[in-house]
Write a protein that binds this ligand. Structure first.
Ligand code: ATP
Length: 324
């Protein structure tokens, strides 16, 4: 039997996401409630290699659950992609007595967690990304806040777009995934939703759609464009030239990452943080926490990374029908 974990480290890595603080708080509070020590590692794997490590007490995670961003800060670290970097990271964990580690981040961060597990540090991943692009889970920390922030911003653009009888292209985040665009497209009643998983570059169809809708009396035309397609400004220029209808592009950008997390993000992130500690206390390693079919689950990281996430066909088809 391996020795029970005594000191749990926690770090956030990759892009920040609202709700990460709730997860950090849950890791710390659950571990402390179970009689364990907690160490916060600043700035992801980079901070680990620089030994930016601090003891965390109960009060260190007070008053953070409602805050966006991550109190531990986050970073990307190329050195950690190397074998030497990973060995150094594991040695530093041992030096600081960290025998269990929780990594909150996207699938890149899971690879770092996997490497540490291979070097003997019990490591658990938690999905922290606004993009919802992790296959082993139906929920990722930050997505709910990001789509609500984007939805509210799009409502505002829609108001002015209707008043001026404009066509609006609104670009939302999501990197190569179209989940934020799909959800906002449906929630904002967009006429066109462009997502990288399904995009066929049929711009003429969009142009025809705009012209037909105008003939039918629609005062605005809202196109939600995913970051993974991009080029919103040049698309707006082409559409305006082809339709004669004033067309503006709005790129929402980083505002979607910030802000106070929604209730859902706070709640789910709290459950995931607690679950990660449970797994470590059960002696598990190289696993990720997920939410699948209304259950809190965990998967082997290798298995989780080999899964493919696809846009649900029913959701996509429905989004198109509702846009008629
Ligand atoms: P997001 O979805 O927000 O981009 P992410 O976790 O996928 O989050 P990445 O930049 O891909 O973001 O990864 C974060 C960090 O994880 C990297 O900077 C690096 O330190 C570590 N990492 C990524 N890939 C690997 C790898 N193959 N091996 C070891 N560490 C890795």
């Amino acid at each position: 039997m391996s020795k029970e974990v005594q000191t749990i480290g926690v770090l956030t890595s990759g892009g920040d996401a609202p709700g990460m603080n709730a997860a950090i708080r849950a890791v710390a509070r659950k571990a402390i409630a179970c009689g364990k020590n907690v160490k916060g590692i600043q700035k992801g794997f980079m901070g680990l290699l620089n030994e930016e490590i601090m003891d965390m007490q109960r009060k260190d995670v007070s008053d953070i659950i409602q805050r966006g961003g991550t109190i531990l800060r986050t970073a990307r670290c190329d050195e950690f992609r190397t074998e030497e970097g990973q060995q150094k990271g594991a040695d530093i964990c041992r030096k600081h007595g960290i025998d269990g580690l929780v990594v909150i981040g996207g699938d890149g961060s899971y690879r770092g967690a996997q490497a540490l597990a291979a070097h003997g540090i019990n490591t658990i991943g938690i999905p922290g990304t606004i993009d919802l692009d992790i296959a082993c889970t139906d929920y990722t920390i930050g997505f709910d806040t990001a789509v609500n922030t984007a939805m509210q911003a799009i409502d505002k653009v829609r108001d002015t777009s209707s008043s001026h009888e404009r066509c609006s292209i609104i670009e939302v985040m999501g990197r190569n995934a179209g989940y934020i665009a799909l959800w906002c497209g449906v929630a904002n009643g967009a006429e066109d939703i462009l997502i990288p998983e399904k995009y066929e570059f049929r711009e003429q169809e969009i142009i025809n759609n705009i012209i037909n809708n105008r003939k039918k009396g629609k005062t605005h035309h809202l196109i939600i464009n995913a970051e993974g397609i991009g080029h919103s400004t040049s698309m707006a220029r082409r559409i305006e030239a082809a339709t004669g209808i004033e067309t503006r592009a709005t790129i929402l950008g980083y505002m979607q990452r910030g802000g106070s997390p929604t209730c859902k993000d706070r709640f789910y992130a709290s459950m995931m943080g607690a679950k990660a500690v449970d797994l470590l206390l059960e002696g598990k390693s190289n696993r990720v926490v997920g939410y699948k079919h209304a259950q809190w689950v965990d998967y082997d990281i290798d298995e989780a990374l080999s899964m493919q996430k696809v846009i649900p066909e029913y959701e996509y088809e429905t989004s198109r029908m509702l846009a008629i």
